[in-house]
Design a protein around this ligand. Structure first.
Ligand code: HEC
Length: 312
C-alpha cells in the first residue's frame, strides 16, 4: 500500500517542482490509501488508512502513514492488525525524488501519467517502489495524483509476512492474502502563490523534452551505442539516428526494419521519441529493438536533446 503512496507523492512532487522553493502539503482529508485483502480464499475486504500526511519540497516527496490509523471496520481486527502485523513501525514512510521537468507545463485541467520511483520504509525495511501515477492539476493550488493501476504489494516484500501468519493463527483463518492490491489518491495543496511559481514552468511545456542537456544525453547514449550511431549515417544492429528527429519511422534506406516498424505510421518528434524510449516494446509492439527502455524522465529528455543536436 505504501508503495502506491510513494508513487503518488513523487508525482505530485514533479508537478509542483517548478516552484522550486515552494512547499506543497498533503491534504489529509482529501487523500486516501486503500488496500484489499482476501481471507479463506473467498472473502474479499477493503481497508484504508485514516491518517496520512506529507509534503513535496523542491523535488523531494515524503509521505507519512500513521499505521495505527488503519481502518478495517472491525475494532478487534484494527487492533490485531496494528499489534501483530504493523507493530514494529508506527509510521510508514514513502520518499521519492522527482525530476520536475516532465510535469512543468501542467496547467489547471491538464492530466498526465508519470512513472515514479521511490522507497517505502516499513518495519525498518527499505523497499524500492516503481509505479505510474495519473496526475491531474486541479487548479493553480491543487494537484491530485492517483494510482494509474492497482499496485500489488507483497507482504513478504514489506516484511510483514510473519505478522500475517500470526494474525491467521489468532483469528483461526486458514488463509489470508499474501499480496494486497493498493490504490492511492493523494491531493496536494500549495500554500503560497503557486501561480507565480508555475509561470516559468509554463514556458517549458511538458512535451518539450528538448529542454534536456545534450552533453548529459551523450552519456546516456552509451546505452544505445552497441546498436546505434547518431553522428554518422552508419547502420549497426539498429539504424542510424542521425537526423532522426522529424524523420518518419522506418525511413533509413537499406536498413532491415521489423514488420511492426514498417507497418507503423509515425514521425519521430520529441513527444513520440519520449514515449518510444520509455517502453519501446509497448509503444511499437513487435519491434526488434532489444532494449527495455529508459526509466528516468531526465535521461529520456537528455538523450533526445543529444539526438536533436546531432540532427542539426
Ligand atoms: C540491442 C540493440 C539496440 C539498442 C541497445 C538500442 N536500439 Fe534503438 N533500435 C534497434 C533496432 C534493431 C531498431 C529497429 C527496430 C525495428 O525495426 O523494429 C531500433 C530503432 C530505433 C529508433 C527508430 C529509428 C527509425 O529509423 O525509425 C530509435 C529512435 C531508436 N532505436 C533509439 C534508440 C535509443 C535512443 C537507444 C538508447 C537509449 C536505443 N535505440 C537502443 C536496436 C537497438
Amino acid at each position: 500500500m505504501f508503495k502506491s503512496l510513494s508513487l503518488c507523492t513523487a508525482l505530485t512532487l514533479t508537478v509542483i517542482a517548478p516552484a522550486h522553493a515552494d512547499m506543497w502539503t498533503l491534504s489529509g482529508d482529501e487523500s486516501k490509501i486503500a488496500f484489499g485483502s482476501v481471507k479463506k480464499d473467498t472473502v474479499g475486504e477493503v481497508h484504508h488508512f485514516k491518517s496520512i500526511s506529507g509534503s513535496v519540497d523542491g523535488g523531494k516527496v515524503s509521505v507519512e502513514i500513521d499505521v495505527a490509523s488503519v481502518e478495517t471496520w472491525i475494532d478487534i481486527r484494527n487492533e490485531r492488525m496494528q499489534k501483530m502485523v504493523l507493530n514494529a513501525s508506527p509510521k510508514a514512510m514513502i520518499s521519492a525524488e522527482i525530476d520536475a521537468d516532465e510535469l512543468n507545463g501542467m496547467k489547471a485541467g491538464d492530466t498526465t501519467t508519470v512513472d515514479v520511483e521511490g522507497t517505502l520504509t516499513i518495519n525498518g525495511n527499505d523497499i524500492p517502489i516503481e509505479t505510474s501515477l495519473f496526475v491531474a492539476r486541479l487548479s493553480d493550488k491543487k494537484m491530485m495524483a492517483t494510482t494509474d493501476e492497482m499496485i500489488m504489494l507483497s507482504t513478504k516484500e514489506a516484511g510483514i509476512d510473519e505478522g500475517v501468519s500470526k494474525l491467521m493463527e489468532v483469528a483461526k483463518l486458514p488463509s489470508i492474502t499474501r499480496v494486497s492490491p493498493v490504490t492511492l489518491r493523494l491531493v496536494f495543496e500549495h500554500a503560497g502563490d503557486a501561480k507565480a511559481a508555475a509561470a516559468p514552468a509554463a514556458a517549458a511545456t511538458l512535451a518539450s523534452v528538448s529542454s534536456g542537456d545534450a552533453a548529459k544525453g551523450k552519456k546516456v547514449f552509451r546505452k544505445c551505442k552497441a546498436c546505434h550511431v547518431a553522428d554518422s549515417d552508419k547502420n549497426k544492429v539498429g539504424p542510424t539516428l542521425q537526423g532522426v528527429i522529424g524523420r518518419k519511422i522506418a525511413a533509413v534506406d537499406g536498413f532491415k526494419y521489423s514488420k511492426a516498424f514498417k507497418d507503423s505510421d509515425i514521425t519521430w518528434s520529441t513527444e513520440t521519441l519520449a514515449e518510444f524510449l520509455k517502453k519501446p516494446k509497448t509503444y511499437i509492439k513487435g519491434t526488434k529493438m532489444a532494449f527495455g527502455g529508459l526509466r528516468k524522465p531526465e535521461d529520456i529528455e537528455n538523450v533526445i536533446a543529444y539526438l536533436e543536436s546531432e540532427s542539426k
